[in-house]
Design a binder for this molecule. Structure first.
Ligand code: D6G
Length: 807
């Protein structure tokens, strides 16, 4: 009834005229009504109990679709499906109408989305703060195998989940000058006279925790002009000038930067960072002051987590707000800032560590630059007493004096935080040894590890229904809230009846994916083949190149010996390349080129197929992951901070082929070395090899298999005879090969053949698959969030949630 009511009175259609999109809108609004009461109850509770609030500042929230989430968390999925069916509407088609909210690039943004889910589920007063981009991550399609980028107009049909809050708005200033004055009593004051002002307006999306007890808020900021338009110019007939300022202001929240790992280096990006950080800090101070006078309780009531350095400007901005706006002294403001803020580092790659040219900072944020100088002066003074670094303060300085002077945002975030965390055990160790070694020597207690996690709701309950139902039938549904209970499936790995059911669940998922592949790529695939899955951003360090080179080698070997007893395989790739990242785009093209040739070969058609599914996003991941047999996690050791796709795939019973990198190391510890395929150089070996100098050309010369592969690519076998297409790629492999593709090729090949052998032994493969599912429960983001709450935020869930947990 409520769906019909929404259809009629909110959408303005009747059941005869309604399209599937109208039905989607009606269901979403009916659902939203069921969320709102709980949402307001949570907000009231937060004010009543005054429990510590956790603010997760992130430039990215890759939340994907929300309808299935909301249905499942409120436990009304079946009721809703039945209702729709009775109305003659296909529930699956309705779900497909929801656009993916792609407000993120990859792992970092998806982690933020999983954390929102786990904070709400765990009863934390957790808020996400970010930007409401008009356009999310670009849509990817292929033309002649090459990536083409199209704008992602995700708001075109409106967004039923969000509530605009025009009354919640804050001024955000840029440019201008700072004037220094003194009060009659001698107190010095800094007054910033900005050159531009825009307005940040809030949009709130409720975040429903499991079973709906806590509904938190994701607050995203949209940029508006301070003045609607310039009437004077308009009256003079200069219509362009009349709206110029408005257009420029709105640009700030127009589009998500499609960069992965490399800073955009553009003024607009820095503006975006400051825009959402400042609005969020102003908003959380406003909320704090609704309970409190003064600032003494701030660290007990407020925790601010910086998701990477994108919001690192929070350090001087909080200082500015406390000193210039609220009149605190520098020392006091500094204590408070450090006590509230903590920072998550996501990468060690020097080119990905943000640094902003000093000239740009000084021009755009003059007051912040003054504060950064002051923070730096005091900090450098402080470390004079630290023997380990006293003779090399320049290394730790917030200002990089080389390369035209810039502000090191990682250093700024470190200095302004009481805790700094890495995202896997290995990554955290490497952080201590590399980027932050000097800091770690001086402040040995500051760096802690928080291994990433994934939400069990989306990544098992929702996306893999067959397996979720099987698990629940055997061990009950407690795993949804406590994923480590899956351990209860481990004893069943030896039970042939259970293994058969597990195999049937996988088969069902594979058939579903085969249908998607047929529809989107026009390729018929055999669901019985081994589904070998490589899905993530395209990057040299993630080494899709290694995989496609092995694919070619396998194809050549199959052709040379068609009766060699080969294990039929389907190689599945998906992922986007940053539009400006030429080499990554070349790798996409190569995979598509190889797919075209291999898939056309009648000799091997029954043995090997290759598919690159376009426009990888959260929804496509939800289709691919449950169907995977093999999970490719093959980054150059030391370069992938954690990975979370590795966790999702293992949870769905895929075995990992991977290097000892990121969270692969911990996955191996949990699933056992006999249930994972590890190959390649270790992080230490990679460093030593680079230091000692090595010649990739020698590696290739000594490996006839790899040589034949590179010869085929260089000779134009996959590029219709065009030799130039991959010449630079091959030259790079033979010359520098920074990512150690040639160095790891032989051991990767060997590991892949072990995979073939293992897969052929069905029972033992299934046993391994079951054990993967059973043993990766620790990688739940519920565990990660509990650990952040304990070790970094000092935040407890609300009392009710405590009781629920005890119950
Ligand atoms: C969210 C939830 C809503 C609440 C509003 C303001 O939209 O119930 O009224 O936030 O909450 P505060 O920002 O004042 O905490």
């Amino acid at each position: 009834r409520s769906i019909l009511e929404k259809l009629t009175y909110a959408i303005g259609k009747d059941a005869w005229h309604a399209t599937e999109r109208d039905w989607f809108g009606a269901v979403a609004l009916a659902l939203r009504d069921r969320i709102v009461d709980r949402w307001m109850a949570t907000t009231r509770r937060n004010y009543e109990t005054d429990q510590k609030r956790v603010y997760y500042l992130s430039l990215e929230f890759l939340i994907g679709r929300l309808m299935r989430d909301a249905l499942a968390n409120l436990e009304i999925t079946e009721a809703c499906e039945t209702a729709l069916s009775e109305l003659g509407v296909d529930p699956a088609a309705v779900l497909e109408m929801e656009p993916d909210a792609a407000l993120g690039n990859g792992g970092l943004g998806r982690l933020a989305a999983c954390f929102l889910d786990s904070m709400a589920t765990g009863g934390l007063a957790g808020y996400g703060y970010g930007i409401r981009y008009d356009y999310g991550l670009f849509r990817q399609s292929f033309e002649g195998g090459e990536q083409v980028e199209l704008p992602d107009d995700w708001l075109r049909f409106g967004n039923p989940w969000e509530f605009e809050r025009p009354e919640v708005s804050y001024p955000i200033d840029f440019y201008g000058q700072v004037e220094h004055t003194a009060d009659p009593d001698g107190t010095r004051r800094a007054v910033w006279h900005p050159g531009q002002r825009v307005i940040a307006v809030a949009y709130d999306t409720p975040v429903v925790g499991w079973q709906g007890q806590t509904v938190n808020t994701l607050r995203l900021w949209s940029a508006r002009p301070a003045n609607a338009f310039d009437l004077e110019h308009f009256n003079r007939g200069d219509y362009m000038r009349a709206v110029e300022e408005q257009m420029l202001s709105r640009t700030i929240s127009r589009v998500l930067y499609p960069n992965d790992q490399t800073p955009a280096g553009q003024e607009l990006r820095l503006k975006q960072e400051y825009f959402f950080t400042s609005a969020s800090l102003q908003d959380l101070l406003r909320r704090y002051h609704q309970h409190h006078k003064g600032f003494d309780a701030l660290p007990e009531r407020v925790a601010i987590q910086l998701n990477d350095t994108h919001p690192a400007i929070a350090v001087p901005e909080l200082m500015r707000l406390l000193i210039d706006v609220h009149g605190l002294g520098f020392e006091r403001a500094w204590q408070l800032t450090r006590a509230c803020i903590s920072y998550t580092n996501h990468t060690l790659m020097p080119e990905a560590l943000e640094r902003w040219p000093l000239a740009l900072m000084e021009r755009l944020l003059p007051r912040h630059m003054e504060l950064i100088y002051e923070i730096n002066a005091r900090f450098l003074n402080e470390i004079m007493t630290c023997a380990e670094v006293a003779d090399r303060p320049a290394e730790l300085s917030l200002i990089d004096e080389a390369n035209g002077r810039s502000v090191r945002m990682g250093h700024l975030a470190f200095v302004g935080s009481h805790r700094i965390n890495g995202v896997s055990a290995l990554h955290t160790e490497l952080m201590k040894q590399t980027v932050f070694s000097g800091f770690h020597a001086c402040f040995p207690d500051r760096i802690v590890n928080q291994t990433n996690g994934i939400t069990p709701r989306r990544w098992l309950l929702l996306c893999n229904r067959p397996l979720a139902q099987l698990a629940t039938a055997r061990i009950g549904d407690g795993w949804v809230r406590d994923l480590e209970l899956l351990e209860g499936l481990a004893p069943l790995a030896g039970d042939p009846g259970f293994r058969a059911e597990f195999a049937e669940a996988k088969r069902c998922n594979k058939r579903r994916l085969a249908a998607v592949i047929a529809e989107r790529a026009g390729l018929e695939v055999d669901p019985e083949a081994l589904f070998d899955v490589h899905i993530k951003r395209i990057h040299e360090y993630k080494r899709q190149l290694l995989n496609v080179l092995e694919t070619i080698a396998l194809w050549q070997a199959m052709k040379a010996d068609p009766r060699g007893g080969w294990q039929p395989r389907l190689k599945i790739f998906a992922g986007k390349a940053a539009p400006g990242y030429e080499r990554a785009k070349q790798i996409i093209r190569l995979i598509n080129d190889v797919a075209r040739v291999v898939n056309d070969d009648p000799e091997t058609a029954h043995l090997l197929k290759v598919v690159f599914l376009p426009n990888y996003n959260v929804s496509l991941a939800e289709r691919i992951i449950p169907a995977a047999d093999l999970s490719e996690q093959v980054s150059t050791a030391g370069m992938e901070a954690s990975g979370t796709g590795n966790m999702k795939l293992a949870l769905s019973g895929a075995l990992t082929i991977g290097t000892l990198d990121g969270a692969n190391v911990e996955i191996r510890e949990r699933v056992g070395p006999e249930n994972i395929f590890i190959f390649g150089l270790t992080a230490g070996e990679v460093v030593r090899r680079r230091a000692n100098g090595w010649d990739p050309a020698d590696m290739v010369a000594d490996d006839p298999r790899l040589k034949a592969v590179l010869d085929a690519v260089a000779g134009g076998q996959f590029s219709s005879g065009e030799r130039r297409r991959y010449a630079s790629l091959i030259d790079d492999l033979l010359g520098r090969d920074h990512f150690m593709v040639t160095a790891d090729f032989a051991s990767y090949w060997t590991a892949q053949r072990l995979v073939d052998q293992a897969y052929a032994q069905r029972d033992s493969w299934l046993e391994k698959a079951v054990l993967n599912t059973a043993r990766v429960g620790w990688f739940s983001s519920d565990r990660t969030i509990r650990s952040y709450a304990r070790e970094i935020w000092d935040a407890l869930p609300d009392a009710q949630a405590d009781q629920r947990l005890a119950g």
